[in-house]
Ligand binder design. Structure first.
Ligand SMILES: Cc1cc2nc3c(=O)[nH]c(=O)nc-3n(C[C@H](O)[C@H](O)[C@H](O)COP(=O)(O)O)c2cc1C
Length: 328
């Protein structure tokens, strides 16, 4: 059951992955995902230059689970230089089995991680990047569509199109992300040719995810249309919860703006959604699958539901799609 190249490679029971989520993907969430049979990623940049805090969070997760703990190494261009070499060193020293990279080519860190036996899943928003990921020797590629939380990329192509194209384009295992939130999504991802599903938004609305209850309540009430795709005009698109601030950013982009003009506008609004539950004047990343979020379960409850629904879908499909033998 549910055996794929990814479950084998990452040593997990279910092909369900929780992508790294800056600020909120912490020990409790990642450990809960591991205990439920998947793998999740903490994000190195959450801890800024405080490398001891990152180490402590990894050890905290270890205390909460015997399952695999992943680390996201964020390679996105950043105003301040990021301690990428230190993240790699911590990964190796703390015996993290899988790293998720994103944002820029992971070329410089493939060799040291591989020499230490660490698997690398690089995340991309387009098929042409997936080919590069394979050429660089990464172990898996995660591809995220336009509907995703985080950075959907410039081309605005949805997962339904990207995942099968990616599965055709590369031989390494493919992980499908962007818009997946339940058992139907899991079966769909596998049907499209993926070896696992990657979710962020759905995991944000779980009990173990860091974040103010009012923010999670907002997610439950909000619809699939309550996100905005912003910052494309400055080459760094991101999908966030729609609010007065995103209206302002889109208006600035509409009349032509620069990253220098935008930074004070968005930089002045830190993660008040996660800390205080205020959603009107903040830039908070979330995907369109927020529309599929109807409650705030524990991670274990979410996994149970996904697996149960996936098996129901499979049964339903058995009555609709004939096997090759029956069709001929
Ligand atoms: C709040 C939030 C923060 C995120 N932070 C990161 C990050 O720091 N690094 C990264 O590679 N991806 C990040 N992502 C993207 C997720 O790892 C994942 O690719 C995405 O959420 C999948 O799409 P979905 O939201 O439709 O499930 C973030 C997503 C969200 C919602």
């Amino acid at each position: 059951m549910f055996q794929t190249r990814i479950t084998e490679m990452f040593g997990i029971r279910y092909p369900i992955i929780c992508g790294g989520m800056f600020w909120i993907g912490r020990a409790e969430l990642v450990a809960a995902v591991a205990n439920a049979g998947g793998i999740g990623f903490m994000v190195g940049s959450t801890f800024g230059e405080d490398l001891n805090a990152l180490r402590a969070e990894i050890r905290k997760a270890r205390d909460l689970t015997d399952g695999p703990i992943g680390l996201n190494i964020n390679l996105f261009p950043s105003a301040r230089p990021q301690p990428i070499e230190e993240w790699v060193r911590i990964t190796i020293e703390e015996k993290i089995p899988v790293v998720e990279t994103s944002g820029r080519s992971p070329e410089a860190i493939v060799q040291p991680l591989h020499e230490a036996g660490v698997k690398i899943m690089h995340k991309v928003p387009g098929v042409r990047y997936a080919r590069t990921v394979e050429r660089l020797g990464c172990d898996a590629v995660a591809i995220v569509g336009y509907e995703c939380g985080g950075h959907p990329g410039m081309e605005m192509v949805t997962s339904l199109v990207l995942v099968p194209l990616c599965a055709d384009a590369v031989n390494i295992p493919v992980v499908a992300g962007g818009g997946f939130a339940d058992g139907r999504g899991l079966v769909t991802a596998l049907a499209l040719g993926a070896d696992a599903v990657l979710m962020g938004t759905r995991f944000m609305a779980t009990k173990e995810c860091y974040g103010h209850p009012a923010w999670k309540e907002y997610m439950v009430k909000a619809s699939e249309a309550d996100t905005a795709y912003v910052m494309r005009s400055v080459g760094n698109p991101i999908r966030v919860a729609k609010n007065a601030l995103t209206d302002k950013v889109l208006e600035m982009e509409g009349r032509g703006t620069t990253i220098q003009e935008l930074l004070p506008v968005i930089g002045g609004a830190p993660n008040v959604a996660f800390e205080k539950g205020e959603v009107e004047n903040t830039f908070v990343s979330v995907g369109q699958s927020m529309g599929l979020v109807q409650d705030v379960p524990t991670v274990q409850e979410l996994f149970d539901r996904i697996i149960e629904q996936a098996t129901e879908v499979r049964q339903r499909l058995d009555g609709i799609v004939p096997t090759k033998a029956a069709a001929s």
